[in-house]
Design a protein around this ligand. Sequence first.
Ligand code: NAD
Length: 474
Amino acid sequence: MQNLDKFYINGEWVTPHSSDKFAVLNPATEQSIGSIILGDEHDVNHAVDSATEAFAAYGQSSKHYRLDLLAALLSETKKRLEDLAHAMVLEMGVPISFSRTMQADAAVGHLEGFIAALNSQKEREELDNGDVIVREPVGVCGLITPWNWPVNQVALKVIPALAAGCTCVLKPSEYTPMSAVIYTEIIHAAGFPAGVFNLVQGDGPTVGAGLAAHPDVHMMSFTGSTRAGTEVMRTSAASVKRVTLELGGKSPDLVFADCDLEECVTTTVLNCFSNTGQSCDAPTRLLVERSCYDQVVDIAVAAANAQAVDDPAKEGDHLGPLFDKIQYDRVQSMIQVGIDEGARLAAGGTGKPEGFDTGWYVKPTVFADVNNDMRIAREEIFGPVIVVIPFDSEEEAVELANDTPYGLAAYIETGDVVRAERVASKLRVGAVHINGGGYNYGSPFGGYRQSGNGREGGVMGLEDYQEIKTLHFG
Ligand code: NAD
């Protein structure tokens, strides 16, 4: 792939200073499909200098000018959607149908949300006391993204940064660099001025931490594990950067006996398994009212056993492999932990599904009779594994739901809308999905507590990249 071993700095593809190679592997075949260079401190400095220089003019650009650029970005993105989708099949193992309709589509959906947000935002706001508030870009932004929703995460950071008038350096996950290269080509084709957007490939401890430590970077936006996010925050503290974090989750789904059990539970299980369980807001803890517990376990097991696993290059709604051997080993060890902790393995289990000796495929797995103190109920597994936990009252359901360090999302299944809102108000999470309600582009996305801070998407996602200046007139 052209440009895979290059960085994009100051409007052109350049040869990195570093020569440290890192193989990109196809998780379905375990074969190398190319390699990137992991950047070094010199590469970070080069990109930050370019973004700093570009900020002088771009930071002063008009909203009208930036809206024109975003319109060009929209048209260029639409031309390359299929390329983005295929890149994620190869680098991450996302099945092509899901890659096209969900993963790549996010580049368009979020962009439309941000264009609407920028259009609707008042540039100048007069307060009742006569003072005036204006919004300005934060400055140079360091953007770090994970491998599990590669284009979605890049779009949620790069677009609002550019929309706000910031300049940026993107460090995508070293495991999914191909989609980031294509996204960079899209930005280039849209005609953004040189230096406004820069791409440096690399690992976390060198390029990621280098951006967080850099005195000329004014904001860090990070999506990934709570472990690495904490590091970014700690490193950024020395220069008092603005830091926004989108971190992990262990989201509960509260199932009350008055919902349409067959429909709600099947949807939840498939939602948990979707993207091969590698989504931060997946409903991984199924909390179930005891009166319908046995029935729910049976429905969950039937859904898991019916869930196909297959080659990501094929069209269809099957699951692909996990993204890498690291993740395969992690998921296998957590399934074994569940067995050792005494949970009842109701579907799936350790090992690969029959017929899949090559590739990091796993069995869709259901654990029943779990309690919320078990590690499988507390830690992110990040694979197609769901745990089922009974509750006896609404109060206990809320208590179990909140008994986690995370607070990204929660799901409620009930036929009683009054109860749905009452329960939602007690859950310490950034989003509540009621009876299958899904995320809509343009809405804020983010977590409470150890799931992070800040919100991505739409107006609030744009505001994260803006400073407020108050004008006091004499
Ligand atoms: P990760 O934390 O290992 O890596 C994420 C990014 O951080 C990568 O680009 C990595 O190179 C970089 N990184 C690693 N260590 C770093 C350090 N010390 N300093 C700076 N950067 C560093 O996470 P991952 O395995 O790539 O992604 C999975 C995690 O991301 C899960 O925990 C998942 O829940 C979370 N996630 C959260 C959201 C959300 O919006 N809340 C969305 C997607 C993924």
